[in-house]
Design a protein around this ligand. Sequence first.
Ligand code: B12
Length: 342
Amino acid sequence: MTPAIANANVKFVARQLGFDDCRISVAARAPHADDYLKWVEAGHAGDMGWLERNTDRRCDPREVLDGCQSVVSLALNYLPSKDQARSDYRIARYSWNDDYHDLIEDRLKDLDLAMADMGGQQRYYVDTGPVLERDFASASGLGWNGKSTVQIHRKLGTWFFLAELLTTLKIEPDAPSKDHCGKCTACITACPTHAITGPRKMTATRCISYLTIEHKGAIPLEFRKAIGDRIYGCDDCLDACPWNRFAKVARETRLHARGEIFEHKLGDFLKMNVEDFRGVFAKSPIKRIKRERFLRNVCVALGNTGTKEDLSILQEVRKESEMLNEHASWAINEIKNRGCPD
Ligand code: B12
């Protein structure tokens, strides 16, 4: 099979499997590997220690798969709807329903089988593998790397997941896309915690997505007010992107908002026991952070938006652990300081 035919075949199967875009690049050292290494060295990985390990593998797919010749980058639109599901708290859109890791992995398995039939050997990843996904997406022309570091696609805007297959097949590469951000800095200005310090410069340990999802300990006091009503992740740098005016709701309905998640009022989340938490967030990416970390986030949001009605449940939660005691106490103080009496 010629590299050009392999390119067409892989794209055809990817499309059949429901991916919204598929592009190919040559397996080589990631073009911005040095930026990643500097980023790690500067301590930006914070609690995400896995980003500091296997750096050689992460920088070069040939270190991951012997004989790797090409990287197939894939995009899956996840936009659940353009409106926020509730007005009293915010959850990042990518987590409004089923966990994308499971959903995309099923499709990757099928694409792997099809490529095995073409004579290739593959490794496939979505998010958790040692691959600089956005760098390879950029190299293949699957959008361009925006100033927020989020990958932007002319048709999908910013609302898509990335996944890739590393393969021993020699596939004709696609051309990189141009950068279409121009002079726009809307994403940089929109970041509530000033985590984007310049074009493509991200201090992850300031990002609300990091603070509410990846960070394991107490949320530093300096960020609590800026977190506002966000209880899992943050979409502000994506919402601000003008390229999202072309974005359409995802075809995959398992990524549309799931009722159970948005049936709760903010304070109700604090009443959930472990079983309730597992039930509401079954299959959702939110289950990953477990109940204590999630309740920690809810306490911060209540500190910013709660009323005296929330004080009793916050008092209850204080008894649960040192971390919840501290976050609930902070929230109680914030609510009282806004003029809500005991
Ligand atoms: C760690 C991580 C995070 C961290 C750190 C984010 C960061 N900017 O580094 C935190 C927890 C903060 C995070 C947040 C989010 N994440 Co995240 N995250 C990752 C993960 C696992 C690794 C990223 C990484 O290696 N970071 C280190 C830095 C140095 O790498 P990088 O940001 O990818 O930067 C590279 C590009 O900028 C690249 N580059 C590419 N092209 C070009 C072009 C030019 C000209 C230049 C100069 C550079 C450049 O060079 C850098 C080094 O290689 C990836 C999956 C993966 N394996 O790649 C998902 C991933 C990046 N996350 C994703 C998502 C959806 C999010 C959130 C939107 C979730 C949310 N709503 O809360 C936010 C977005 C915040 C943001 N502005 O980035 C998606 C992004 C999809 C997309 N369209 O871009 C990914 C790809 C997961 C997936 N499989 O879909 N995330």
